[in-house]
Design a protein around this ligand. Structure first.
Ligand code: ADP
Ligand code: GLC
Length: 489
């Protein structure tokens, strides 16, 4: 029997991406397909999405029209996400604006975000529950707060009571919760019963993610360690009680990587493709990267960082550590965008170390590939990390990850301590705490390991041999869907 799943998210590669969520949502349909799951993805009709589906094979067909969806005309149109079906919520009043998916060009959140993503959730609930001409789905799988109202609508205001699919709520990042004032409640189209501790009410306002967590049949996080961490107030960010109350419904399933897109043997963006047996060719990628960033060649390791420049990612600590890094003969190529204060700290460090520190501000997908191929080590000093994908890409590319011991970083990198080196299992460097001293000693350790070429090569190879493709995680999601269906029948 094939299980039909509607995967609902605000981002999906290759249509629209601001972070790892898009990579995961884009890869999920192919990951679950071998396990008897037919997945349709649903995304908002941002300009980039409408432009992409306006071209080629995926030209949209309207399957449902709303004269007014939370105050705006809207329609659901079908298209393709790679080889898999896609439904787009075309609602120009909500989504046809230049800027980011969540913020205007100046970086301020859109004031009507609650209405935009309530409408998105409402439409997803209608589509999954049989409120449109399309056959209902067995499962609705919502990702993050932007999709979290879909399970809540199915629970409190289903459009077709004859079919209510089982629901999965995946937390990619609990720091983003979709919290709004109580004044929006009457406009959500929910019955009074939804205004409760086990509904959408959260600290006197409306919590979208909270509502999804309460309503969903199952909750998943994107790594097992993060599932345990968010029971702690430090990581749960207010939602730890909600998670604890539903602990037996929480599953940690680590993200995979799309090996069609992230494979150093066939990556079209890199200067010199290479693999496990041809690691020597990687030097050409390193030289190309040095040239691209205007760095002088040197004997020390070339560090890279590819990251949102935010507190979560520990990027505020990076500038102060760069004198130490350069002092040890290291160099750094950094690509990122985010907070202005972090950007200026990085620029100042680069000015102190010309030819050693290169900074690129912006978002550049091909460059991210070239950095994984050319860097010796990648710095990921996150304060918390639900899964993290850059360290997984790094492992596949032989770029040794230097990571904070948290969340998915702790789950996926094996620290090169004495025991792991002796056992031949080390894949990277882990460190505790995000501060100057922790980072300083992690960088010192990395430089010391780099100067033992045989050991370094073993660590690179161990990482490249790891299997972080979607195989196991695709099976885990499919198993969860099947269990939820059997519970219902
Ligand atoms: P998060 O989603 O929290 O930002 P992840 O590690 O899960 O963290 O995913 C980040 C994704 O975004 C990766 O695919 C990474 O390569 C990409 N990325 C982050 N910053 C940039 C950038 N400035 N340019 C290109 N890609 C970036
Ligand atoms: C979020 C998390 C990141 C995770 C990604 C995909 O953006 O911050 O750790 O890898 O989602 O699940």
């Amino acid at each position: 029997m094939t299980i039909s799943v509607l995967s609902v998210a605000s981002e999906a590669v290759p249509l629209i991406k601001t972070g790892g969520l898009a990579d995961v949502v884009g890869a999920l349909p192919a990951a679950v397909a071998p396990h008897g799951v037919a997945m349709t993805t649903m995304v908002p009709g941002y300009p980039a999405v409408m432009r992409a589906i306006g071209k080629g094979a995926g030209k949209g067909r309207t399957i449902h029209s709303y004269p007014s969806l939370m105050g705006e005309p809207a329609r659901l149109i079908t298209a393709k996400l790679g080889d898999h079906p896609l439904v787009v919520l075309d609602a120009p009043g909500f989504f046809a604006r230049e800027g980011g998916p969540y913020a205007d060009p100046a970086g301020h959140d859109w004031a009507d975000n609650w209405r935009r993503f309530a409408a998105f959730g409402r439409a997803a609930a209608d589509l999954a529950g049989g409120g449109t001409k399309r056959r209902p789905f067995d499962i609705l799988h919502a990702h993050d707060w932007q999709a979290a109202m879909a399970p809540a609508y199915l629970r409190f205001a289903p459009s077709d009571a004859a079919h209510i699919p089982a629901t999965v709520m995946t937390i990619h990042n609990i720091a983003f919760q979709g919290y709004f004032g109580a004044g929006i409640f009457p406009q959500l189209g929910l019955p009074d019963a939804a205004w409760s501790m086990h509904g959408v009410e959260y600290h006197g306002g409306v919590g979208f993610l909270k509502a999804g967590l309460e309503a969903a049949s199952a909750i998943t996080t994107v790594s097992p360690r993060y599932a345990a961490e968010i029971l702690d107030p430090h990581y749960g960010m207010g939602l730890q009680g909600v998670i604890l109350a539903r602990e037996n419904r929480v599953h940690g399933i680590v993200n995979g990587i799309d090996t069609m897109i992230w494979n150093p043997e066939s990556d079209p963006y890199i200067a010199a493709p290479y693999g496990l047996r041809t690691l020597d060719r990687r030097i050409a990628d390193k030289r190309a990267l040095e040239t691209e960033f205007g760095l002088e060649p040197g004997d020390g390791p070339l560090f890279v960082a590819i990251s949102r420049l935010t507190w979560q990612k520990g990027m505020d600590v990076l500038p102060e550590i760069l004198d130490h890094l350069a002092g040890l003969g290291g160099r750094l190529a950094l690509l990122g965008a985010g907070e202005a204060a972090i950007e200026s700290g990085l620029h100042a460090a680069a000015a102190r170390h010309p030819g050693r520190i290169g900074i690129r501000i912006g978002y550049d997908e091909p460059l991210a590939h070239r950095m994984q191929a050319g860097g010796d080590a990648i710095l990921v000093p996150s304060r918390f990390e639900p899964c993290g994908l850059t360290q997984l890409y790094a492992l596949a590319y032989g770029c040794v990850p230097v990571v904070a011991r948290t969340g998915g970083l702790a789950d996926t990198v094996i620290d090169a301590n004495i025991a792991a080196i002796a056992a031949g299992t080390a894949t990277g460097i882990q460190f505790d705490g995000i501060d100057y001293h922790a980072l300083r000693s992690a960088i010192s350790r990395t430089v010391a390991l780099y100067h033992q070429p045989d050991l370094w090569r073993t660590i690179q190879r161990n990482g490249m041999k790891c299997d972080f493709s979607w195989g196991r995680s695709g099976a885990a999601y499919a198993g969860l869907y099947a269990r939820l269906l059997s519970e219902k029948s």
